[in-house]
Write a protein that binds this ligand. Sequence first.
Ligand SMILES: [Ca+2]
Ligand SMILES: [Ca+2]
Length: 331
Amino acid sequence: MVSLPFTTGERFGLLAALIVAAVAVVVSPWACGAQQLACIHVAEACLTAIPSFPGICHASVLLPETVRKEFMFVQGGKVYCVALGGLEEPGDAGTESVSIIRFGLGAEPENIGKIEGNAMSVWLLGDINKDGCMEMLVRRSEGHFAYKTSIVYIDQKDRMRSFDISGYTDSQGSTDLFLTPESFADLDGDRIPEIVATVSPKGFPSLLGAKPPQISLVFELNGTTYSPTGQRFAEIYRFLAAQTRCELASYWDFEVVEYPQSYVRSCCELLLYHALAGDADVGAEEFDKAIRILQDAGVEITEDDNRALKEFGREREAIVHEIMRGLLTGP
Ligand SMILES: [Ca+2]
Ligand SMILES: [Ca+2]
């Protein structure tokens, strides 16, 4: 009799290990297959039906005929597809739509919401306020270069929610900000992005025919709205003031003479950045210094320009205060 070089206990152990290995060999291809199927299914669910697995999903989704953009995201264990495309029959609300479709195992894809408009764009921002719901940025044209920008999300009960980022009137009379995903940046490291948007403050007097200043304003998330903010981000505004100061310092004399409007516009921006940082006095001082360089460079200043500059010098405190009030509270 040939005896195996194992004790009884070891033999049982070996047998158990063999059984586990055999089960694993049998089960793993099935498990991998199911997983792969789920992945493939999720990836293709928008485009094709999988009729041989009707229990999972057997219907194709009715997307607009011309899908320009689509992306998916997972939230609360459910898969959502967002599609932007042209409407087959343009309606009053516009010619395009952003549709949000929910997928679930064993359930028909369901249209959760739809936003219609013209010249639309949509981007996934991620969960910006860390409440478990993914935010998207939806922009649509309101005509005449005006855009309406909204943050859209699906809440825990699968309802589409949206809030507009508005309350703003720029020099073109648009009531909304033109935003892209790049406008969102976490400036204070709390993992909630702020918005840095370019705005043209109302009420700046026209000096030497310069265009109204355009500044970067920080908006912070405040509950469910983004509101413009001042001194909390003073360091950002000081940084922007420093950048503007460098820009002014880079002008050669002949450039100051040749492009006085751009130069004056930057002087106004410098003043406003300081004011936003809470250093209006420093701003006024630097503004005067920069304007003196303009005069020393020999820029021809008409009587009207001179009057406007003097008047601005006298009323500056009140004017800047009023502009800040408008900037930080909206119209
Ligand atoms: Ca969220
Ligand atoms: Ca932040």
